[in-house]
Design a protein around this ligand. Structure first.
Ligand code: SAH
Length: 464
């Protein structure tokens, strides 16, 4: 490096230039962008130079430079476009101890001016030590295109915030803040002017300070059986503030619509017999988003504690030291039993009720089958559509009455809810005939009350 690039402080300093023609004009255009005092020596300057002098942008001395003119100038430009005159004026400057640049004479110059991309206060200086002016121009053109014309404004506004940003811890949090400002928030508002940029910075700083103090959090929220009105107020609030909502297949679209517009929605749907998202992957999604400082809502149908694989997800949070809360929801059995006008327990009929999953039903202890086969026993079977024949066989084998009532509620609480009243003996046929496509809950030991059972779909909707 024969030339060492530095930025020279010129505010209130004098820069002198000798010359009154095109070379002088070109240099002056650049020099006038600085806050230096510019003095031009020219006996016969062109109109541009005269105008600038008239407007007070430069001081014009209408004669040739002479010995004794220069003393404490920081820079001198010889722009005389005449070799002899350049030699004469530059010697005067050198004798006065002023750094000299002779236009188009790299050899005799003490400093050179780089090509400049100007987004004041952001400036890019490009120099090739005279080796490749074409290359310098190409680099300049490339940068001019790439850097927004408003970058300078963003930087000016940003500078006024440097003190305020000290509210953020040193290092990464501050770097993240500035990166957000210059590459995301800033470009969004740069065309709207300084005031908008100022407001954006205020807002962004608030967000960063807040985000920094708030570690991520996961709310495991019960979305209920489908009807949005069966959401709890807590569930509603959680959806209002969630940054990320990770939801299951059975969560109704109407409920997802309640999430914040800016929230990121992630489908972690598991189809019971088809494609599914592996549990570890879901755990990872939950934990990763929380560790990034987000408020995560893990939205599960019904109640999250009922056949929801909640514990695996809680353990993943525990392991990652992620804080969580569980917001209960209305489980499908509660919604379904409401639709048939029965209770899950009843004095004199059953003092306990079982919640079973049809998925694991063959692992169900024999002892329990015997209990369930007793008159008056009530069970709510989740995910039981495929297990109907198995359940029928086991219960009859353990002495259950063939006429034991069995009620299946499909799409409980939703507009397309259906109730199928059946008995143990006719259950498989009735289910085959009904050809259920939605989620369904099977009650062993409950029969729909007549009023509830005879309502048409339309009437049920009217009442709902
Ligand atoms: N955590 C959920 C249950 C998830 S297991 C809850 O508490 O409800 C999924 C099973 O729930 C489905 O196979 C079905 O048996 C039942 N289910 C969910 N929503 C239902 C609905 N709207 N109507 C009937 N059954 C439903």
């Amino acid at each position: 490096m024969k030339h060492y690039p530095v930025y020279l402080s010129v505010k209130g300093q004098r820069i002198a230039l000798s010359g009154g023609d095109e070379a002088a004009v070109a240099k002056l255009r650049l020099l006038m962008k600085t806050e230096a005092d510019i003095v031009v020596y020219a006996s016969d300057p062109v109109a541009d130079i005269q105008n600038w002098a008239a407007r007070g942008k430069i001081s014009l001395i209408p004669r040739a430079l002479e010995a004794g003119d220069l003393s404490d100038e920081v820079l001198f430009y010889a722009a005389d476009e005449d070799e002899e005159e350049d030699a004469r004026t530059s010697n005067i400057a050198r004798d006065a101890g002023v750094l000299v640049n002779i236009v188009d004479n790299l050899e005799d110059s003490q400093f050179i001016t780089p090509a400049i991309v100007d987004r004041d206060p952001v400036t890019v200086a490009i120099g090739t030590e005279g080796a490749a002016p074409v290359l310098a121009r190409a680099i300049k053109a490339d940068l001019e295109e790439r850097l927004s014309p408003n970058l300078g404004m963003l930087a000016r506004v940003g500078k006024t915030f440097r003190k305020a940003v000290e509210a953020l811890p040193f290092g990464r949090p501050r770097r993240d803040f500035w990166a957000d400002y210059y590459f995301k928030a800033g470009p969004r508002v740069e065309t709207k002017g300084e005031v908008a940029a100022q407001q954006e910075l205020d807002e962004l700083l608030f967000q960063h300070i807040y985000a920094d103090k708030q570690p991520g959090h996961v709310a495991f929220v019960g979305a209920g059986p489908g009807d949005p009105e069966l959401l709890t107020l807590k569930a509603r609030k959680a959806l209002d503030v969630a940054d990320v909502v990770i939801y299951d297949r059975l969560v109704a679209p109407e409920i997802l619509e309640l999430a914040r517009r800016e929230a990121k929605l992630i489908d972690a749907g598991k189809t019971p017999y088809g494609q599914h998202t592996p549990q570890e992957h879901i755990n990872g999604l939950i934990v990763d988003h929380a560790l990034q400082g987000h408020l995560v809502v893990r939205l599960k149908s019904g109640d999250p504690t009922v056949f929801g694989r909640l514990d695996e997800e809680l353990e993943a949070c525990d392991e990652a030291h992620v804080a969580y809360t569980v917001v209960p929801g209305i489980t499908a059995a509660s919604a379904a039993v409401a639709s048939v006008g029965q209770s899950l327990t009843k004095r004199g009929r059953n003092t306990s009720v079982r919640f079973l999953t049809g998925h694991a039903i063959d692992g169900f202890a024999d002892h329990d089958w015997r209990e369930l086969a007793q008159p008056g026993a009530v069970a709510a079977i989740y995910m039981g559509k495929k297990a109907a024949r198995f359940i029928q066989g086991r219960l009859i084998m353990h002495g259950a009455d063939h006429a034991t009532p069995v009620t299946v509620v499909e799409n409980a609480s939703r507009a397309d809810q259906r109730v199928i009243a059946s008995t143990l003996s006719s259950l498989p046929q009735d289910l085959a005939e009904a050809d259920l496509t939605g989620p369904a809950l099977t009650f062993v030991g409950l029969t729909p009350r007549r009023a509830a059972a005879t309502l048409t779909k339309f009437q049920q909707q009217e009442l709902a």
